[in-house]
Write a protein of this length. Structure first.
Length: 233
């Protein structure tokens, strides 16, 4: 996915209630600021994509799949290109940081209820990991598929489909406008879900998450949390 010019310096703060890594106190609140090397988007002109392969995501669960995962619902503030998103993470989903190497920065959420390893793109462990990539685009600003991000869901879908050779459709029955786009990239099918919040589109690119179920109207907790019940800060 090609990325537009970005002139932004983004800091990302994670607030998770009940982290298992907090000296045994299940009710503690942990606040941490990610290192600038992970959370800073340069103001360079870049045509590189914002996909998971473009930045060094050194994330794995080690010997314990639930290490450092929250053991109670917590809120996480995700710093992305055009907005900071506050979401409530369900189950053992956890926020791992915001990444970007001259392209639009994106946030990474992983399901720590099982082993995950995003440090080696293309590896079997990587392909089997369950995670979400989260980005934002502001209406009217340049984006990978056109000179201006449209506010109309049908127009958004048309731009994506034309640029990628894929398809896109709006979803009915959701609390916000949702567009589901599918296309192939490097021989792999990509499922992108966009949700409109005010003048910001939130993109959730899911890996091993039940996108078909969500498209069919089911409540897939992590997708609902990111796309529908999240708040723009």
């Amino acid at each position: 996915m090609n990325a537009p010019l970005v002139t932004a310096v983004l800091a990302t703060t994670l607030v998770v209630a009940g982290c298992s890594s907090d000296a045994g106190d299940p009710d503690a609140t942990v606040t941490s600021t990610e290192p600038a090397t992970e959370t800073t988007a340069s103001a360079e002109s870049s045509t590189s994509a914002t996909s998971q392969t473009d930045a060094d995501i050194d994330v794995d669960s080690g010997t314990s799949p639930s290490a450092d995962a929250q053991d109670a619902e917590g809120s996480a503030s995700l710093g992305t290109a055009f907005a900071t998103i506050e979401i409530t993470l369900p189950g053992q989903w956890q926020y791992e940081g915001t990444y970007g190497d001259g392209a639009l920065p994106y946030a990474v959420l992983v399901d720590a209820s099982q082993a995950f390893d995003l440090s080696e793109p293309g590896s079997d462990a990587y392909k089997e990991s369950v995670w979400l990539q989260v980005e934002t685009y502001r209406v009217g600003d340049q984006w990978p598929y056109g000179d201006a991000t449209p506010d109309d869901p049908a127009a958004l879908g048309d731009q994506i489909a034309e640029a990628t050779g894929g398809s896109a459709e709006g979803l009915d029955g959701r609390d916000v406008s949702i567009v589901h786009a599918t296309y192939e990239e490097d021989g792999q099918q990509i499922d992108d879900l966009y949700a409109l919040h005010g003048d910001v589109w939130i993109l959730a690119r899911a890996h091993n998450v039940d996108v078909p179920g969500y498209v069919d109207g089911e409540d897939v907790e992590i997708l609902t949390a990111v796309l529908e019940t999240s708040q723009i800060k």
